[in-house]
Design a protein. Sequence first.
Length: 343
Amino acid sequence: MSDHPELHASLLTLDSHIDIPWPGGDDPFTNGTTRRVDLPKMRAGGVSAGCFAAYIPQGPTDAAGHADARERMFAMLDRIREMGTERNGIRARICATADEIEQARREDVIAVVPAVENAYALGEDLSVVAAIRAKGARYVTLTHNGHNAVADSAIPRRDLGDAEARHGGLSAFGREAVAEMNRHGLLVDVSHLSRESMLQAAAQSSTPVVATHSCVRALCDHRRNLDDVQLDALRDTGGLIQITAMPGFLRPRGMGAGGEEVGVSDLVDHIDYVARRIGTAHVGISSDFDGGGAIRGWSNAADSPAVTTELQRRGYDRAEIAAFWSGNFLRLLRLAEVAQREA
């Protein structure tokens, strides 16, 4: 790991999508774990905050499947909340608002932001949305791989009987769920959604949507990536794409030109593309560490200064880099908080 550049050390850096081991897993306060993200690695890499996701794999969309998904989600959110303590000389805090994240940075405390990946856990019960927010979560990814009762996924699960589409985008319940998330200050995460679902969610949501871990389809033709029409919809609605360190989303087959391993320069190529097309206010950074993300030069949280170094090399100024690392995401959190207060 290279030394922190002065700029990186001065920033509030937020990684918008990190998976947690489940079940079990190493103590996140212990140095030298097998995890790509633990709190010592965040400290070493100057990472101020992380959104830790309760990931729910898609299963049958019946009462039993929904009940199992909900039980897992709440258990995972409780596990994430256990990170909000002090141990081994590292302090971490559960932060449920943008102001709390900024205050944690001023106090040299790592901000832990809970999130939910896959609204499968809602089943068809809108009351679960308020319970998710009460656990401190700040966003819900509407699907994972496989359609659910809320929306169609970018990647159907043939083993679960999925056709190419189930609802033609958002379901009627899905539109209600988006409105309920708006009322409770939860950001609508459109990563994993089909093209139609994503565009409908962006239009439906009263607060801007975010793709917390996606890349650009024009540079890598993967179903999980956003095309130019989708990027333009983010611009037009004030939304945000967080470019992620997933090799197969950055380069076809996860390889760079000449077969070299995908690296930080590829990630910043995607940031460049979004910044040029829809503006620097609509792009940020995520790793998807411990969920498949890892690239040459940014293989774990301790390597995070390398991203800032490459952004500096490309000519971005401090304000732009600060926006990529957290400013744009915090802006969306605040808009969601305003909507919640006004609901």
